[in-house]
Each structure stands twice: as structure tokens, then as C-alpha cells.
Design a protein around this ligand. Sequence first.
Ligand SMILES: Nc1ncnc2c1ncn2[C@@H]1O[C@H](COP(=O)(O)OP(=O)(O)OP(=O)(O)O)[C@@H](O)[C@H]1O
Ligand SMILES: [Mg+2]
Length: 186
Amino acid sequence: MFPRPGDLEEIIARSLCGIGPQARAVMVRIPSDLPRVMVDPPIMERVIANLAANALRYSPSGSPPLVTASARGGRVVLRIIDHGPGVPEADRDRIFAAFQRLGDTGSTIGVGLGLTVARGLTEAMHGTLEPEETPGGGLTMAISVPAASGPAELHPDSPAWLERERTGSALRQTASTAGTPSMARC
Ligand SMILES: Nc1ncnc2c1ncn2[C@@H]1O[C@H](COP(=O)(O)OP(=O)(O)OP(=O)(O)O)[C@@H](O)[C@H]1O
Ligand SMILES: [Mg+2]
């Protein structure tokens, strides 16, 4: 685990690409002036992939999940919003326990570890992962992580610089621009 300043838009784009073609349905709406986040980018990618895979699985066709982000008080909150059946408030703690799968234990999809791991990894990055009700119905997963204070405070030897050089701007084109919802493309 190595938290360093990362571009959330890039992290989201990589994460959705990793899920596969079905993730093209996911809409992404990120403000263009969002601060960088202090996370371990590959770990954050994994967390988002877990949550987005769940959201896709439970989304009715024609109503794809939406990923949004906002900054407030030194933190950035990423929301993965779906319009599926949601989880009753009484069960919202339980879904984070290992091997808990509500109502569909006979199915062969997943083992029920995704959320346990996602929350553990998020907390290791000084973040939180909390379920919310989507207005109008569905589940929203809110990940709050620290905002990075900006590139000016990076030490020139920091691996974050190297990471930036390597990733370049190619991935930028895969995510949204200027706060407009867009389809993630790989
Ligand atoms: N977006 C969602 N909408 C409705 N229910 C959900 C959603 N995400 C998770 N759940 C419920 O929480 C349970 C636990 O989710 P979790 O991601 O931990 O396991 P899984 O997806 O079943 O398996 P795994 O992630 O290990 O492949 C799910 O089985 C489901 O009952
Ligand atoms: Mg899962």
C-alpha cells in the first residue's frame, strides 16, 4: 500500500476498462477541477472495479450505473450509483461481512467477499466506504478518500512523478470531460 497523488478520472477509466466490455454502459460524471486524490492507484482501481461490477450486475437494462465525484473539506467522495433493487437499510451492514450474499445464495455468481475486501482496502488508504440509498431506488456506494494537496508539494523523486510520465494523457480521453456524463471507453 503506497498512497500518492492520483488522478481519479484516470483511475476510474482504468478500473472500468479492467471490468470488460459490459462496463462501457457505465456513465461517468467527474468535475474537470476535481483535486487529485491521495490513494494507492492500483488498489483504488480494484475497489472501484468491485463496486462497479456489483452495480452493473444489479442494474436493470436501460438504466446503467453512474459514477460521480465531488470534493469537500479536504476529501473527495466518489459515488457509484445504481438503480437496481437496492439493499434494505437493515441489511446494509451485513453485506460488508465476509461471505454474505443476500437472497441469492444458491446462485454461482461471486462468493460474497467483494465488499469485505473493498472496505478493508479503502480503510487502509484512510478512506471510508458506505452504502446509501439512491434517490428513487437503488444502491449508492460512497467512497471518501483524502484529497492530495497538489503537485507542487510532491518531492521530485516521488514515484508519483514517474507514474504520471508513464501514464501520460492517453487515458484522459477514455473518461469524461468538463462534468458531462459520458460512456467510459477503453
Ligand atoms: N449494487 C448492489 N445492489 C444490490 N445488492 C447488492 C449490490 N452490491 C452488493 N449487493 C449485495 O451484497 C452482497 C455482497 O456483495 P459482495 O460484492 O461482497 O459479494 P458478491 O458480489 O456476491 O460476490 P463477489 O464480489 O465476492 O464476487 C451481494 O451478494 C448482494 O446481495
Ligand atoms: Mg461483488
